[in-house]
Design a protein around this ligand. Structure first.
Ligand SMILES: [Zn+2]
Length: 402
C-alpha cells in the first residue's frame, strides 16, 4: 500500500529538485520582475461568484493562495513582481468593497476588503490561455442591500501602527497529526500516534492561550479525520501567523529515539525522506487521494517559492523547538531537517512539523504516553514559540521604526 505512494512521491521529489535548479537562478536581480498592468473585476461567467483578474507584462513565477488576514480582509502575495504607474485598476465590484496594492521588498501584496454580509471562499489560479492570475471569489448568502462602490484605498491609508498589528503573531494554528480512521504510526504496546499528538497539541494550545494570550486555532480538537489539504486551508482561513504540526515518529529499528523538527525545504536526506513519505502517505486514507495528483512539478515549484518567503522563519522556529527539547527536556537531538511535507505546503505562514519521539521505542513510547512526558514536551514547544514571537516582534518594531 505504501510502496505505490512512495514511487509517486519520489518522482515528484526528483522533478522538484531539477525544476528548482532551473527556476531559482532566474529569480536573481538580473531578471526584470513581471509588472502588473491591469487589475480587472467581473462576475464569474461559469457559475456564481466573482473574478479578479491580474494581468502582468510577463509570466508571474509564483503567488500565494489568498488568505484571510483579518475579518473580511483577504490578502494575496505576488512574488517577485512590480506594479506599473500606468496600471489600470477597475473599481471594486461584487463582494470586493475596496482593495490596495502595496510593494513589499520585491513582492506585491494585494489586499481586498470584502462585504461583511457575505461568506466568501477565495482561490487563486492561473488562466491557462493568458497566464493571468485569477482570484475566484465564490460566496454563499445574499447581500441584504447593494453597497455603493467605495473608492480604491491607497497604501498610505494604513497607519504604520495598523501595519505592525497586522504582522504580529496573534493567531497560532496547532495541528494534531492524524486522527479518526488514520491512527498514524503504531508503536510499542499498540500505542497510536494520533492518541499522543492530540493531548500534546491541546496542551501547547492551552499554554499559548493562557500565558501568551494569543488566539489558538486547532485543526482538530477531538479524534477526527481531516485531509492534509484542509489542515492548511483551515490555517489560512483562520488568519494564522504560525503553523505547528505535531507528530510522533516510527522506525523499523526499535532503538531509534529522539526528536526532530522539520520545515518545508528541498535539501532532504534519505532519513528525512522516509519520514516525509510516512507522513505524506496519510493521503491513502482520504476519500480522494487523486486530489494531490494536481500537485505536479510546476505547482510544487510555485508553492515552494511561495513558502520560501517563510523558510527562514520556519527554520528559526524549528531550531528553537529542538533547542528546548534537548536543553530542557533531555531528549536525544536528531536535529532540524527539511523535507516536502504535504501538510506544510498549504499553509501561507511560517510552518513546522515536530516529531516528538519514536512510538516504536518502548522507553520513548512510555514517555510520550505519560502525562509528565506530555507536559514536558508541550512546555518545550510553548517556550520555543514564546522565544520566537518575542524575537520576531522585536524585529518588526525595529523595521517599522526606520
Ligand atoms: Zn505523523
Amino acid at each position: 500500500m505504501m510502496v505505490q505512494i512512495h514511487c509517486r512521491l519520489r518522482i515528484v521529489g526528483v522533478g522538484l529538485l531539477l525544476g528548482l535548479g532551473m527556476v531559482l537562478p532566474a529569480m536573481g536581480v538580473a531578471q526584470a520582475a513581471p509588472v502588473v498592468e491591469r487589475i480587472s473585476m467581473q462576475p464569474n461567467s461559469d457559475g456564481p461568484g466573482y473574478l479578479v483578474r491580474i494581468q502582468t507584462s510577463e509570466r508571474l513565477q509564483a503567488y500565494s493562495q489568498p488568505r484571510f488576514v483579518g475579518r473580511n480582509q483577504l490578502e494575496i502575495v505576488l512574488f517577485n513582481a512590480r506594479v506599473s504607474q500606468a496600471c489600470r485598476r477597475d473599481a471594486p465590484g461584487g463582494p470586493v468593497q475596496a482593495y490596495t496594492v502595496e510593494a513589499r521588498k520585491n513582492h506585491l501584496v494585494l489586499r481586498f476588503q470584502l462585504d461583511a454580509q457575505l461568506t466568501v471562499k477565495a482561490e487563486a489560479r492561473r488562466d491557462r490561455a493568458t497566464e493571468d492570475i485569477l482570484i475566484g471569489l465564490t460566496y454563499s448568502g445574499i447581500p441584504t442591500a447593494s453597497a455603493p462602490a467605495t473608492p480604491v484605498l491607497h497604501s498610505s491609508a494604513l497607519a504604520p501602527g495598523d501595519e505592525r498589528a497586522r504582522w504580529r503573531i496573534d493567531t497560532i494554528v496547532i495541528d494534531a497529526g492524524h486522527g479518526g480512521h488514520d491512527a498514524g504510526a503504531i508503536g510499542a504496546g499498540g500505542v497510536r500516534e494520533k492518541d499522543i499528538t492530540l493531548p500534546v497539541a491541546l496542551r501547547v494550545g492551552r499554554y499559548l492561550e493562557e500565558i501568551l494570550g494569543v488566539n489558538v486555532v486547532y485543526t482538530r480538537s477531538d479524534d477526527r479525520f481531516i485531509t492534509l489539504k484542509d489542515r492548511g486551508r483551515l490555517a489560512n482561513e483562520a488568519g494564522g501567523k504560525l503553523f505547528i504540526s505535531i507528530h510522533a515518529n516510527a522506525a523499523r529499528n526499535r532503538s531509534a529515539q529522539g526528536t526532530e523538527t522539520y520545515f518545508l525545504g528541498m535539501h532532504k536526506t534519505d532519513a528525512a525522506e522516509r519520514v516525509m513519505e510516512r507522513e505524506n502517505s496519510v493521503i491513502q486514507y482520504e476519500s480522494d487521494p487523486t486530489a494531490y495528483d494536481g500537485l505536479n512539478e510546476k505547482t510544487l515549484i510555485e508553492q515552494a517559492l511561495a513558502q520560501s518567503a517563510y523558510m527562514r522563519s520556519s527554520e528559526q522556529l524549528a531550531g528553537l523547538v529542538q533547542q528546548q527539547f534537548t536543553g530542557n527536556v533531555g531528549r536525544t537531538n536528531r536535529g532540524v531537517k527539511q523535507a516536502g511535507f504535504y501538510v506544510l505546503w498549504g499553509a501561507s505562514m511560517p510552518a513546522i512539523l515536530v516529531e516528538l519521539g519514536f512510538v516504536t521505542n518502548a522507553q520513548e513510547a512510555a514517555f510520550l504516553q505519560s502525562e509528565n512526558g506530555q507536559i514536558y514536551l508541550a512546555s518545550a514547544i510553548f517556550r520555543a514559540v514564546r522565544a520566537f514571537k518575542t524575537e520576531y516582534e522585536k524585529g518588526l518594531d525595529l523595521g517599522m521604526a526606520q
